[in-house]
Design a binder for this molecule. Structure first.
Ligand SMILES: *Cc1c(COP(=O)(O)O)cnc(C)c1O
Length: 417
């Protein structure tokens, strides 16, 4: 299946039936109905290729990595370090040493806050984020502000959910040391015009961190072309296991940064008088890492590349169009976020029915959506809602599933009157 699809760059026939067969969990029934999984923005399901890679690794190549002189350890090390090469190519990084394995996007951002920012920012220095950010790209900067007196500035969005670029630009000044932006909003799907925003930030000499948690599963990402300094994402939204994530950092920056956590594997030499640290990326990978997670992540990336990111994006965009058009016909439904460019996420509220009640009603039809503030409470405040219902689409979703969602929403509407 993989070879036939390689290099598919036009939105030609997308064989969802074949793709769905690769995800065993999609055969499940929930309450006697076929599972309709519309929560991939929270976490994506795992294809057979990833499940098998984990199984094979634990069954026949498992050992701790680095320093092992025996065959098994050498094999495991090769798989782990090979995973670094796979990630490097996947996001277009210049050097394999720019790939740091962490637990998730949250840890990647905290790592930068605790090392680079700790070292380079002082009281009064400013950090600019946007009103679209996930809590993972807000709270670490607030914590830094508490420790160091740095100042957090927030670029506003308009009623569609697009960042107001003039206002963003106006926030940048000689005190701005860091611009930390989400690539794609998890709550309302806005795709930020990163090239423009990074160019503006760079014109002011700012360091730029991109939260790519919602971008890497849905569009081709090239960190070199983007020109950012740091790029963070999680494996579990990319069809890989939980517990593995990536921080990409420009090599000169990583090399200049102090360690994050101390322990084994991140040192060059240790004595009770003095310890010296390993070079990047090992300096930031203290302790036994998630070796199996890296094996699973590499398998997930191969799986995606076998289908083709452009084909995946085109498929998801067609689902987004269908969903947007048919949800607009549901009585009393208000879409939250209609940005110019969106990823395949629809966030909405139903007039007079609490989002949690909608979620519970949909669950009765086997439909899994997320309800709540989506770890973006400030963003919910801007739209004047405490919570939304969010359906998010992935490569394994189908037009029939969107029809099922719409039918269940109409039913819910009737029940609640
Ligand atoms: C999910 C998400 C995060 C956090 O990811 P974790 O895997 O929970 O660390 C950060 N930013 C965005 C935009 C997300 O969607």
């Amino acid at each position: 299946m993989r070879d036939e699809r390689a290099d598919m760059s036009t939105p030609a026939p997308f064989d969802t039936a074949a793709i769905r067969k690769e995800f065993p969990i999609l055969e499940r029934e929930i309450r006697g109905k076929p599972l309709v999984y519309l929560d991939s923005a929270a976490s994506a399901q795992k294809p057979r290729a990833v499940l098998e890679a984990l199984q094979n690794f634990y069954q026949s190549a498992y050992a701790n990595i680095h320093r092992g002189v025996y065959q098994l350890s050498a094999e495991a090390t090769e798989l782990y370090e090979g995973g670094r090469d796979v990630v490097q190519k996947f996001i277009g990084a210049q050097d394999r040493r720019e790939i740091v394995f962490v637990r998730n996007a949250t840890e990647a951002i905290n790592l930068v806050a605790r090392t680079w920012a700790e070292e380079n920012l002082e009281a009064g220095d400013e950090i600019v984020i946007t009103a679209l950010e996930h809590h993972a790209n807000i709270v670490p900067w607030q914590m830094l502000a508490e420790r160091h007196g740095t100042v957090l500035r927030v670029a506003p969005i308009d009623e569609r959910g697009d960042v107001v670029l003039d206002a963003f630009e106006a926030l940048l000044n000689e005190r701005t040391k860091l611009v930390a932006l989400t690539h794609v909003s998890n709550a309302i799907g806005t795709v930020n015009p990163l090239e423009k925003m990074i160019a503006l930030a760079k014109a002011q000499g700012c360091c730029v961190l991109v939260d790519g948690a919602q971008a890497v599963p849905h569009r081709a990402v090239d960190v070199e072309a983007l020109g950012c300094d740091f790029y963070a994402f999680s494996g579990h939204k990319l069809f890989a296991p939980t517990g593995i994530g990536v921080l990409h950092g420009r090599l000169p920056l990583l090399e200049s940064m102090p360690p994050f956590m101390g322990g084994g594997d991140m040192i060059e030499s240790v004595s009770f008088e003095r310890t010296t640290y390993a070079a990047a990326p090992q300096r930031f990978e203290a302790g036994t890492p998630d070796i199996a997670g890296v094996v699973g992540l590499a398998a997930a990336i191969h799986f995606i590349e076998g289908i083709g990111m452009n084909a995946i994006e085109a498929w998801e965009q067609s689902l987004l169009e269908q969903a947007t058009a048919s949800l607009e016909d549901v009585a009393g439904l208000r879409l939250i976020g209609q940005a110019r460019e969106k990823a395949a996420v629809v966030s909405f509220v139903l007039d007079g029915i609490h989002a949690h009640d909608v979620g519970t009603a949909l669950d009765r039809s086997g439909i899994a959506v997320r309800v709540g503030h989506h770890c973006a409470q400030p963003l919910m405040d801007i739209f004047g809602v405490p919570a939304t219902v969010r359906a998010s689409f992935s490569l394994y979703n189908t037009p029939a599933e969107i029809d099922a969602l719409v039918a269940a929403l109409n039913e819910t509407r009737e029940i609640f009157g």
